[in-house]
Design a binder for this molecule. Sequence first.
Ligand SMILES: *[C@@H]1O[C@H](CO)[C@@H](O)[C@H](O)[C@H]1NC(C)=O
Ligand SMILES: *[C@@H]1O[C@H](CO)[C@@H](O)[C@H](O)[C@H]1NC(C)=O
Ligand SMILES: *[C@@H]1O[C@H](CO)[C@@H](O)[C@H](O)[C@H]1NC(C)=O
Ligand SMILES: *[C@@H]1O[C@H](CO)[C@@H](O)[C@H](O)[C@H]1NC(C)=O
Ligand SMILES: *[C@@H]1O[C@H](CO)[C@@H](O)[C@H](O)[C@H]1NC(C)=O
Ligand SMILES: *[C@@H]1O[C@H](CO)[C@@H](O)[C@H](O)[C@H]1NC(C)=O
Ligand SMILES: *[C@@H]1O[C@H](CO)[C@@H](O)[C@H](O)[C@H]1NC(C)=O
Ligand SMILES: *[C@@H]1O[C@H](CO)[C@@H](O)[C@H](O)[C@H]1NC(C)=O
Length: 369
Amino acid sequence: MFRSELCMIGLLCALRFAWASSCPPGCECSEAALTVKCVSKDLREIPTGIPGYTRNLFITGNHISHIGPESFQGLDNVTNLSLSNNRISEVKSHAFSSMRSLRSLDLSNNQLALIHPEAFAVQGSMLRELNLSRALYNHSSVIDLATSLCRSRLGDLLVLDLSSNGLVYLPPGIFSHLVSLQRLQLANNSIVVILNGTFAGLDHLQELDLTHNALRTLRDEALQELEHLRTVRLHLAENPFTCICDIEPFAEWLNTSRALVVDVESLACVFPIELQNTSLLMVGELELGCHRAGETDNLALQTSYVFLGIVLGFVGLMFLFVLYLNRRGIKKRIYDMRDACREVWEGYHYRYEIDSDPRLSQISTTADV
Ligand SMILES: *[C@@H]1O[C@H](CO)[C@@H](O)[C@H](O)[C@H]1NC(C)=O
Ligand SMILES: *[C@@H]1O[C@H](CO)[C@@H](O)[C@H](O)[C@H]1NC(C)=O
Ligand SMILES: *[C@@H]1O[C@H](CO)[C@@H](O)[C@H](O)[C@H]1NC(C)=O
Ligand SMILES: *[C@@H]1O[C@H](CO)[C@@H](O)[C@H](O)[C@H]1NC(C)=O
Ligand SMILES: *[C@@H]1O[C@H](CO)[C@@H](O)[C@H](O)[C@H]1NC(C)=O
Ligand SMILES: *[C@@H]1O[C@H](CO)[C@@H](O)[C@H](O)[C@H]1NC(C)=O
Ligand SMILES: *[C@@H]1O[C@H](CO)[C@@H](O)[C@H](O)[C@H]1NC(C)=O
Ligand SMILES: *[C@@H]1O[C@H](CO)[C@@H](O)[C@H](O)[C@H]1NC(C)=O
């Protein structure tokens, strides 16, 4: 009896020891919740010995600088992985390839400078959500990211968060392989222009957030790009819209596609100062004093040039006609003139010859007298 109790206690101790030892130092493991958390423990790399049952893995607020395929061996049950706030600067190719069940990956608040081409590739990937909010070191990383998004085969991805990354523009085709994407978060960047092909391939997009960027207007190219996203709910508030001539096509487009832009009522001119807070829906009724006025001015100028040309042409023709009519008289006058010239010349010549001979000149003066 006493021995079996001891044995029981020993077994419990052994079990407890085994349970405790299967949780890496600095982490909290909960088998019941299938969750492991290693939060703000100054870890330098992904700890080893994370239990195989783990579904939800949080390794956040540490100082992990890079992750690669060796980081997550044997964790094929993990569905949610958060690596936010870690100062991660490098993600190697196939870093997550052992996590075959991964659905949600949070890399927000890192400093990714090197993203290898197949960084997010997982055989038969079921990744649904990728959070790269405030994750890129600077705008230059977007080129790496574009390559990686194309080559990692994320055909099931539904949500991509790229907010707060200082992005200036998006390379055309960056999302072209994300064929299932439904929500694209691009808020709080510095996007100045949307190029042809930026949103190519996003046939199932439902929500696109472009608030808090650096868009002054949307040109025809951008409007066509957005037209292709038929079912999207677009957010555009808090951009420095500049109400000068070239905003007119955009303002007209807003007026005709209100359903598309959910925050259309709150879009307003930011520059120039006189038009600040004027709704973009009112722009069509304003006298911007450029586009149409400029056109009519141009037209008037062109008309006057044409008119001047016609008048000059007519005058020229009249002149030629008069010349033609007077051709005899003119010929006669020319002959007359030639004769006169000849007489003058001969007279001059004669006088010169006389002048050059003192004797003759004397004769001539006496003759004159
Ligand atoms: C994943 O979970 C299943 C049961 O849900 C379990 O049988 C399997 O051993 C787990 N995988 C690992 C690597 O522990
Ligand atoms: C895991 O991620 C999914 C989204 O893919 C989310 O709905 C769920 O709440 C997450 N679970 C935990 C425990 O974070
Ligand atoms: C991504 O992470 C940030 C901060 O870590 C959070 O605010 C945001 O809601 C997340 N995005 C999504 C789509 O869950
Ligand atoms: C981004 O950072 C890298 C490395 O420091 C630097 O070479 C590059 O010029 C930076 N790019 C931008 C746009 O600041
Ligand atoms: C916007 O992004 C910057 C970094 O680019 C960040 O410091 C700031 O907190 C973000 N603002 C919001 C409201 O998310
Ligand atoms: C955009 O690109 C496509 C093909 O790449 C081309 O057919 C189309 O004319 C371009 N549109 C504009 C506005 O440049
Ligand atoms: C525009 O609105 C903002 C905030 O509502 C306000 O601070 C600003 O003074 C307004 N500007 C003008 C010209 O009315
Ligand atoms: C917006 O469109 C309506 C007709 O759809 C038109 O009556 C109205 O004048 C337009 N407003 C502006 C500002 O262009």
